[in-house]
Structures are given as structure tokens and as C-alpha cells.
Ligand binder design. Structure first.
Ligand code: HEM
Length: 228
């Protein structure tokens, strides 16, 4: 095994891969939120934004491939670290100890799996158009030319209470994942010190709350008839 590969699969290497890919995924989640919040500026604003992304052409594909690579590397390192920590303790404790760290680690695995399932559902819904093909086919005419009506598609999706509820629950699970993830990546990257201990414990939850409120505001606004 060469030195890079050995580092990559080592425990510290895997933690660094998780932290770096975690930052990239956090940036995506923030950027995607800012983009989606344009729904509050109206149909034209959101559809202009979606069209702008599509017009990036090959650059969009570079970003998509980068995002997918970060996602897969994040999961790969998580699986390795989880299996390794289980293998380090083949005989379970006679009495299960629910310490804060094992609780957080268990929650990360479960919330991580649920986030993967949510992203797959979300892609089937809004990117591939399998969940609601009629809404996916909606178009808006601008200067005589038809374009994909992302605004109409999102509104039609969240006007169905069950779909809106699935999204709200998924955002809660994502918030749990981000809350611990954002704090622990700072720890991995070696940001330490007495002052920072407190900051670190609040950064993750504060970021997660911001993301949760931002994303949930969209299905909530549609359900309440504020965005229609
Ligand atoms: C209320 C919440 C959300 C809304 C309204 C929303 C909306 C959308 C829309 C409309 C698209 C398709 C864009 C297009 O084809 O032009 C999309 C794609 C996507 N969304 Fe979301 N999204 C939400 C939450 C999330 C979250 C929380 C994540 C990640 C954890 C996420 C990850 C993605 C990904 C990976 C894509 C595919 C991007 C691409 O193909 O370039 N979304 N979303």
C-alpha cells in the first residue's frame, strides 16, 4: 500500500476525509438553501436561478461530479470508522453504557442513512421527475420560449401535505446530523482551546437550526398558502 493510500484509510486520515468532505457538503447545503429561498421572490426569480444553473453547462457537471465524489467519500470514511470502532470492541459491554459520545456516534449513523434515503427521494422528486411527472413537466413561457417551471413544480409538490411532512421530517433529521457533524469537524481539524470549547459546542447546533428554519420555511409557506 503506498503512503497516500495508507494515510487515506488510517483512522486519522478517514477523519480528515470526513471533515473536508463534510465542509464541502455543508457549503452545498447552504448554497442550495440560498438558491431555493428565491421562491419567496417569485416564479421568475426562482426559474431564472434554475435556468442560470443549467446554462453553466459543463461547469454544472463538474460541480455535480465533485458533489457526488464528496458524498461517496464521506460515506466511505464513515463506514470505515464505524466498522473499525465496532471491531475494537467485539464483546459488547455487559451493561450498555450510554455515554454522550457513543450516543452521538449512533445518532450520526442512523441520521446519515436517513439523509441518504431522503436525498435519493428528493432526486426522484425534483431532479428526475419520477414522483410527480405532471408537475415536473410544467413549463413557463418567457419571450415566446418555454422553460422548466421549477417554481410551479416545487409549489405543486408541497401542496400535498404528505410530501411537505416528509420534507419537514427529513430537515429535522438533517439538522441533527449537521448539528453534531459541524461541531465534530472543527474538533477533527484541530481547533482547540478553552475559549473555543464553548464556541465549538454552539457552532454546530446554531448552523443546524439556521438550515432547518430556512429549508422548512419553504414547505411551510406553501402549505400556509403564502407561496402559491
Ligand atoms: C425545502 C427543501 C428543498 C427544496 C425546495 C429543494 C429544491 C430542489 C430543486 C427544485 C431541485 C432541482 C433543481 C433543478 O433541477 O433545477 C433540487 C435538486 C437537488 N437538491 Fe434540493 N431542495 C431542498 C432540500 C435539499 C436538501 C436538504 C438537500 C441535501 C441534503 C438537497 C439536495 C439536492 C441535490 C443533491 C439536488 C441535485 C442537484 C443537481 O442536480 O444539480 N436538497 N432541490
Amino acid at each position: 500500500m503506498n503512503r497516500w493510500r495508507a494515510f487515506f484509510v488510517s483512522t486519522i486520515g478517514s477523519k480528515i476525509v470526513m471533515a473536508v468532505t463534510g465542509i464541502l457538503l455543508l457549503l452545498f447545503v447552504l448554497g442550495h438553501l440560498v438558491g431555493n429561498l428565491q421562491i419567496f421572490l417569485g416564479r421568475t426569480a426562482l426559474n431564472d436561478y434554475a435556468e442560470g444553473l443549467r446554462k453553466l453547462g459543463p461547469l454544472l457537471w463538474v460541480a455535480r461530479i465533485g458533489l457526488l465524489a464528496a458524498f461517496l467519500l464521506h460515506i466511505d470514511a464513515a463506514v470505515r470508522l464505524t466498522l473499525r470502532s465496532q471491531a475494537a470492541r467485539p464483546v459488547p459491554y455487559a451493561k450498555t453504557r450510554h455515554s454522550a459520545t457513543t450516543y452521538a456516534a449512533r445518532t450520526m449513523v442512523v441520521s446519515g442513512i436517513l439523509v441518504v434515503l431522503y436525498v435519493l427521494y428528493h432526486l426522484m422528486h425534483f431532479t428526475w421527475g419520477w414522483v410527480a411527472p405532471q408537475a415536473f413537466a410544467l413549463t413557463e413561457t418567457v419571450d415566446g420560449a418555454a422553460r422548466h417551471d421549477v417554481y410551479g413544480m416545487v409549489v405543486a409538490g408541497f401542496q400535498q401535505p404528505l410530501i411537505a411532512i416528509v420534507y419537514v421530517v427529513a430537515q429535522a433529521v438533517l439538522a441533527m446530523h449537521l448539528s453534531h457533524g459541524a461541531s465534530s469537524l472543527l474538533q477533527t481539524l484541530g481547533v482547540r482551546g478553552p475559549l473555543f470549547e464553548n464556541v465549538k459546542n454552539y457552532v454546530g447546533p446554531a448552523f443546524a437550526l439556521l438550515v432547518f428554519v430556512g429549508y422548512v420555511s419553504i414547505p411551510a409557506a406553501v402549505l400556509l398558502g403564502i407561496v402559491k
